[in-house]
Design a protein around this ligand. Sequence first.
Ligand code: PLP
Length: 396
Amino acid sequence: MQLAQRLNSVTEPQTIKMAKLSRELKAKGINIVDLSIGEPDFKTPEHICNAAIKAINEGYTKYPPVAGFPELLEAISIKLKRDNNLEYATNEIIVSTGAKQSLYNAVMSLVDPGDEVIIPTPFWVTYASQVQLVGGIVKYVHCGIENDFKITPEQLEVAVSSKTRLFIYSSPCNPTGSFYTKEELAGLAEVFKRHPQITIISDEIYEYINYTGRHESIAQFEELKSRVVVINGMSKGFAMTGWRIGYMAAPRALAQACERLQGQSTSGANSIAQRASITALLGDLAPTYKMTEAFKQRRDYVIGALKKMPGVKSNQPEGAFYAFPDISSFFGKHYGDSVISNAEDMSMYLLHEAHVASVCGSAFGDNNCIRLSFATSMTNLMEAMNRIAEALKRLG
Ligand code: PLP
């Protein structure tokens, strides 16, 4: 069977590859501590689960409206005003099957073949794959650890060309945990104002997992709002990854385009999960804040432990649940007959020799780093950090 050429750009994510490898080792009886996970290790709060059960009993089992139930669109609009001081009418919001589909709808609707899309690296790998799938050209901008992995206005200005159509980033960021302050966003906004052909996709899926106590969205700059697409969803902040509910808030024309597209792809997101999401957004947020507090304690422990390891450099993640240490000082070091030449080698070394699963930074466009998720228990994290520290000492 001959597959369409567009599939050539779509590869298996490294995260999935690592999950497979660690499953294989676990099946052999090896005790692997898995830090490759990209989802909260907490249960969906009970009141949200109960809302789903109620929805089934009330008969919310038919096709929902393509854009989402009006009550959920209203809840999202209220949330955007309450948490972000952003005004979005319900017809500027589209609910989708996870933030991933919201992103895909936006990329499909905005990028023509040959259009350029600026993506600061490290980045969430799906951005580039989606752009390439529709024939767009990704322009990566390398953002090093020295600037907390964040793009500067100067770097952005240099990357812009007459063909630039889109800019995609996340804050808080997967994989670095970096968070753009209001001042930093204002600096980028100044550049965007000079280039009106660019739309900005602001992925805010980690909004609630923020250790600074305050989220900032680039949509807050009034002159820019008509060119911003806010992406968010239930997966991370409400521990609802399997429910598959995400959403976009965007200018009406784009929202309409995405509704048309979605009408011909999924017909709308799961009706029961949508009803539960209304309760999640408007109900008790205490479980969300409690989860974030637990992530913060783990962040403090993991970053503290990494900083004690000679040769390891780390930024201070201000959101999400990942550490992204730079381990490039170990490149060229040996174990047995093997040499660590890049982040992938390090990730494999840690898997096979320390029995800790990580994801190599090249999966996110940075070959000097590895990603360690702290979405696991403190006991697991302590064990993993001890194992990593010992394994690094063995490299000669
Ligand atoms: N955006 C980022 C930065 C993510 O890390 C993820 C999930 O890992 C998503 C979007 C997708 O979220 P969802 O589960 O809502 O599709």
